[in-house]
Unconditional design. Structure first.
Length: 358
């Protein structure tokens, strides 16, 4: 099948007719080729015990039709303790290119039993092979959750990550991008999930730094938030929900994972998001509309994210979220960013074309 448009939330197949498996993904441009990479969830089904099957990458010239380039960081099936073992909770690979070392540097987050850690790999080519150079580190001696990596025009790199269940951190990376220097700043402090901001997605426009972030509700979607700042380290000005027309308060049933600035367009920014639960039914009471039990108590869920309700989550209140889904069937929601002054919006579109933008 050949595509000539982007259709958010619809099943997206590669040039071989298979579901694209690049979840929690990002796009990096090398020459005139776009490379979309992310978590390979092809074997992740409920009860399988498989969280991932490595990092898969696709190549495209038009952002519509993607050729499968294979698993560029394979799972380590022989070592159960490896951060890359399929049963380990490896998430959100991010790859940046170091102009000085001529290396592609990939960071991955791994949710270990003893806490969330980071593993770093490098390669000479975007498609690998990748070699582990830093394993199971706790950056700044902190539990490091969802993150993004950013390279400034002069080559300095930054690491935005969720300090698990507390705040967001911006940390300077070393010159080779394989560790942190020790200098960092803290942002968006919150008492606990679901208020804590995760899934930071950075972009820069007209001298302003932007972050899209998500609340912490597992695979269940929640209202996104956009903030901007004049420096990488803030301070950040929270601008609000970029999905103001979404009455479901679920960011169009998606979670933003990264923002891609089209290098050959004047002002086209694309928010890449995962629809982890494609057919999320409406919550009714503490159950879904089909009668099955909800993983989030609806009264808590709606109260927390309803701006007209003053709700305080008490310590004894629980927000149980399931991470056991057939994410091999998860879809993607890609939308162009619309700007009004400093505010960044994501308007729903059933279908849109790259060619419609200068």
């Amino acid at each position: 099948m050949t595509y000539n448009s982007i259709r958010p939330g619809q099943v997206w197949l590669d040039t071989e007719g298979k579901r694209i498996q690049a979840h929690g993904g990002s796009i990096i441009t090398v020459g005139d080729t776009f490379y979309w990479y992310g978590e390979n969830k092809e074997k992740t089904k409920v009860g399988s015990g498989i969280w991932h099957w490595g990092v898969r990458c696709y190549a495209s010239k038009d952002l519509y039709n993607w050729e499968d380039k294979g698993v560029i960081i394979p799972p380590d099936v022989d070592d159960a303790d490896s951060p890359l073992h399929p049963a380990q909770y490896m998430d959100r690979p991010h790859i940046i290119f170091n102009q000085s070392t001529q290396k592609f540097v990939c960071w991955v987050k791994v949710m270990r039993q003893e806490g969330q850690k980071s593993t770093i790999l490098t390669a000479d080519h975007i498609l690998g092979p990748y070699t582990v150079v830093n394993k199971d580190i706790r950056p700044l001696n902190m539990g490091a959750g969802d993150f993004d990596l950013v390279v400034a025009p002069e080559g300095k790199a930054y690491y935005y990550f969720e300090r698990v269940h507390s705040e967001l951190i911006c940390a300077d990376l070393t010159d080779d991008y394989t560790d942190v220097t020790g200098y960092y700043s803290t942002h968006f402090p919150n008492i606990q999930p679901p208020y804590v901001r995760e899934a930071p997605a950075y972009f820069n426009r007209k001298g302003l730094h932007y972050l899209f972030t998500s609340g912490t509700t597992g695979y269940h979607p929640n209202p996104s938030e956009v903030a901007c700042a004049k420096t990488f380290h803030g301070p950040w000005d929270v601008l609000g929900d970029p999905h103001p027309d979404d009455r479901s308060r679920t960011s169009y049933n998606s979670q933003i994972t990264s923002v891609f600035k089209h290098p050959f367009k004047k002002d086209l920014y694309i928010a890449l998001a995962d629809r982890w639960i494609p057919n999320l039914p409406e919550l009714v009471g503490d159950r879904y509309a089909d009668g099955t039990q909800s993983h989030i108590a609806a009264d808590i869920y709606k109260s927390i994210f309803d701006p007209e309700i003053d709700y305080v989550l008490k310590v004894e209140d629980k927000l149980p979220v399931s991470l056991d889904f057939d994410t091999c069937n998860s879809d993607y929601v890609w939308l162009p960013v619309r700007f009004d002054g400093n505010m960044a919006y994501l308007d729903w579109k059933e279908e849109w074309k790259i060619e419609d933008y200068e």
